[in-house]
Ligand binder design. Structure first.
Ligand SMILES: NC(=O)c1ccc[n+]([C@@H]2O[C@H](COP(=O)([O-])OP(=O)(O)OC[C@H]3O[C@@H](n4cnc5c(N)ncnc54)[C@H](OP(=O)(O)O)[C@@H]3O)[C@@H](O)[C@H]2O)c1
Length: 298
């Protein structure tokens, strides 16, 4: 079967599309034929930087990817036989880019209703779970004015959906190149650049998704007392900064899937590349402004 391996830290172009034996079903495992997997920023960060994430991902070679959607084709003796033949969203921190994976963790596998497309379920990976963490920071803050950098990002668009309805005043910050796209996604929500941000704001809460230091320096100089909560900037050289990350909670993913099923949550999707073009897919996602999640199909 095909898999995509990271064998060094030389970046996207050093990825290897390899042929390896199909993994064997275990008594505690579920064999899944993968259909669609997402490209997320941590993919290319991990491919260049051994310290990019907290997980132990420095043992190479390793299959890339942390989640995706596939069809269950065999169920181990100690697992729920009802999983057989189901289409599932699966989280697989040990690597999801393969024709077949064996999922061993019952908490990491989520059967999908027929109304949820594979693409939108695959885009749950590194998406609304992180937006939920930011939503909690906003709800816990006394600030009534909320700046959101990178608001057109995949996580930003999930966050704006999770926040509705809200009594807080939202100030999405979006680059000039992404204003028109943002308007197509959030037609009733005004977007700002640092230049158009109202001067009347009073120490807003800054939610950072872009992780772009010059922008954060600009904002922290302008609002010196403002709390800054980031999912993308980990250095400790800015005032009032906390870096946050997702604490995985299976029930939350079941809820996101239900919301997708009834159209209360919309997954931002860009385009899908075939697996043979995995390097092009990662370059496309890295080099272009965010227009939704890029996917790779097996
Ligand atoms: N802490 C965690 O638990 C966690 C979990 C998942 C992801 N993340 C991180 O969260 C970030 C967002 O993820 P995502 O999947 O939503 O990414 P994404 O869809 O690719 O969006 C990236 C965003 O950053 C903005 N941006 C990039 N460079 C910028 C610059 N120089 N100035 C202003 N804005 C800039 C982009 O604006 P344009 O589109 O206009 O270029 C876009 O809005 C990534 O860094 C990812 O690694 C963290």
């Amino acid at each position: 079967m095909r898999t995509v391996l990271q064998t060094n830290f030389n970046g996207i172009d050093a990825l290897t599309l390899a042929t390896v034996p199909r993994p064997k079903l275990t008594a505690t495992g579920v064999l899944i034929k993968m259909q669609v997997v997402p490209v997320v920023p941590s993919d290319w960060k991990r491919e260049t930087n051994p310290a990019a994430t907290k997980e132990q991902l420095t043992d190479l070679p390793r299959p890339i990817g942390i989640g995706g959607v596939g069809q269950v084709v065999a169920v181990g003796a100690k697992r729920d036989p009802a999983l057989f033949n189901q289409r599932v969203f699966v989280l697989q921190p040990s690597g999801s880019y393969a024709d077949y994976i064996v999922s061993e963790n019952p908490d990491f596998i989520f059967p999908l209703p027929a109304t949820v497309t594979g693409a939108s379920a695959a885009a749950l990976t590194a998406g609304p779970g992180t937006a939920w963490v930011l939503q909690q920071a906003i709800l816990a803050s006394a600030a009534t004015e909320i700046l959101i950098t990178g608001a057109n990002s995949v996580i930003g668009l999930y966050l704006l959906q999770l926040l509705q309805p809200t009594v807080k005043r939202l100030y999405p910050l979006v680059t000039a190149a992404s204003q028109a796209y943002f308007k197509t996604q959030c037609p009733t929500q005004p977007a700002y650049t640092p230049a158009t941000l109202p001067h009347t704001l009073n120490q807003p809460l800054i939610i950072d998704i872009a992780g772009y230091r010059p922008l954060l320096v600009n904002l922290t100089q302008r609002f010196p007392e403002a709390e800054l909560v980031s999912i993308a900037y980990q250095q400790k050289d800015l005032p009032h900064l906390s870096f946050v990350h997702e604490q995985f909670e299976p029930q939350r993913y079941r809820q996101f899937i239900q919301q997708l099923a009834v159209g209360r949550l919309i997954a931002p999707i860009d385009r899908t590349f075939p697996i043979a073009q995995v390097k092009q897919a990662q370059h496309y996602a890295q080099d272009h402004h965010s227009r939704g999640r890029v996917l790779v199909a097996f």
